[in-house]
Design a protein around this ligand. Structure first.
Ligand code: CIR
Length: 263
């Protein structure tokens, strides 16, 4: 039971420079920033409709990827861990996120030579599955393990290939189910779960944001959405097509956590 029963969702407005974002596995196409701003507003409204109190940080126009706040931190019930992004261009995004999180959690920080992006961390219960990606190195995964051990969490490294982050390849969609892209991550790593595979024609469809028992899900993956529906999982759909051009989707644009204050 969550004390207070509500969740905070930290978001940040889209940067005017979003078109200059980092890109790793998707080709660069022109980003319509006005449209991205509108989609982001709808995304924030959808978070509110799912019971979140949305805390919006000011845009950082000089930092193209600053809308993707998920990568800056791993927020647990007990503590917030500031990551050290694997993209140097993104490290200046961190202080304002740390300042916001300090209202709600004790904050600790990872340090060099660790690198880790929050998009690589999938928390399910007391296990943190961490993608071994271009962004999250062995030091980062080891440091995360040390920082969370005292709180009773275990870190489980997961090999990935062909995508940016672990949560590009797999997310939790129900208590006992994950949605997974088998081309990018081996389902054996999630043998404790029932696996729903994305439709083969919808490569980027594995990224769903689970809030309580509800899912926020991109509008442009109808076939995978039908697979979710057939499994009894309903979704709230959001159009994030402009953010997808920047290699983001639904989890990356927020940090969602239970609303109790720092002890
Ligand atoms: C980047 O490459 O860092 C951004 N263009 C996209 C980050 C997306 N983050 C996420 O999915 N957690």
């Amino acid at each position: 039971m969550t004390p207070g029963g509500t969740r905070i969702a930290i978001v940040r407005e889209v940067s005017a420079s979003l078109g200059d974002c980092e890109l790793s596995y998707v080709p660069r196409t022109r980003v319509d920033v006005e449209r991205a701003l509108a989609q982001h507003r709808d995304y924030a409204q959808a978070l509110e409709s799912l019971g979140c109190t949305v805390v919006a940080l000011a845009a950082q126009d000089a930092l193209p990827d600053a809308v993707f706040v998920e990568d800056m931190a791993v927020v647990l019930d007990e503590v917030a861990i500031m990551t050290r992004s694997g993209a140097k261009s993104r490290r200046a995004e961190s202080p304002s996120v740390a300042q916001a999180l300090a209202q709600y959690r004790p904050v600790v920080s990872m340090s060099t030579p660790a690198t880790l992006d929050g998009g690589d961390v999938l928390r399910i219960g007391r296990v943190l599955y961490v993608g071994q990606s271009d962004r999250s190195n062995a030091d980062g995964i080891a440091q995360l393990g040390q920082l969370v051990a005292d709180y009773g969490y275990r870190v489980q490294p997961v090999p990935i290939s062909g995508c940016l982050h672990l949560k590009s390849a797999v997310t939790q969609v129900a208590q006992d189910r994950v949605l997974l892209q088998p081309e990018w991550v081996d389902a054996d790593a999630f043998a404790d779960f029932q696996v729903i595979e994305v439709d083969p024609g919808e490569a980027h469809a594995a990224n769903a944001l689970r809030i309580g028992d509800q899912l926020l899900y991109p509008a442009n993956f109808p076939r995978t959405r039908e697979r979710l529906r057939a499994a009894g999982i309903a979704v709230t759909a959001v159009d994030v097509s402009e953010l997808q051009k920047a290699e983001g989707a639904t989890t990356c644009c927020s940090l969602v956590f239970a609303a109790w204050p720092a002890p």
